[in-house]
Design a protein around this ligand. Structure first.
Ligand code: AMP
Length: 147
């Protein structure tokens, strides 16, 4: 039995997710896993047609999506040299929800992600994506904290 046939890695292009990626990469190599890498474009509050005409919003969304794809290109080129068994996804929405949705879609056996380990007011204000994923995911989740 292959314990981690599919590993889902959630990337926000921060230093902490870079650090977490080393665990995903090591495990994927060790277990010959398929690695699925997801980045979620945080959905902006929809002010379409309210402050700004449609056309500007459409352009903005397109530029954001293109920028995110480019960051994913760079991430894969930098980090995955020689590793070919991977897929990538850039989607829009609420990160924790999209990560859990993707894990179900690709039948992930494990989710790996970073965490900032915020406390106190920071935690109250920003919450934790990792915490939300741990609470809602059906498959095991490995969180990796930098420092
Ligand atoms: P936390 O510090 O608990 O809020 O979790 C941060 C981790 O959540 C990052 O290292 C990523 O693994 C994941 N994450 C946060 N935002 C995103 C995003 N927009 N797309 C994909 N993963 C994300």
């Amino acid at each position: 039995m292959q314990p981690f046939a599919t590993i889902l890695f959630a990337v926000d292009f921060s230093e902490s997710s870079d650090f977490a990626f080393s665990y995903a990469y090591e495990l994927a190599q060790k277990f010959s896993s398929r690695l699925v890498i997801i980045h979620v474009i945080n959905e902006p509050v929809d002010l379409r047609g309210f402050y700004v005409p449609h056309i500007s919003f459409d352009n903005l969304e397109k530029e954001i999506a293109e920028g995110a794809e480019k960051m994913m290109d760079r991430f894969c080129a930098d980090k995955l040299q020689g590793f070919t068994n991977y897929e990538r996804a850039v989607v829009s929405g609420v990160p924790s929800e999209e990560i859990v949705r993707k894990a179900e879609e690709v039948k992930a056996d494990l989710i790996i992600m970073g965490t900032h380990g915020r406390k106190g007011l920071d935690h109250m204000l920003f919450g934790s994506t990792a915490e939300r994923v741990v609470r809602t995911s059906r498959c095991p989740v490995m969180t990796v904290r930098l420092g």
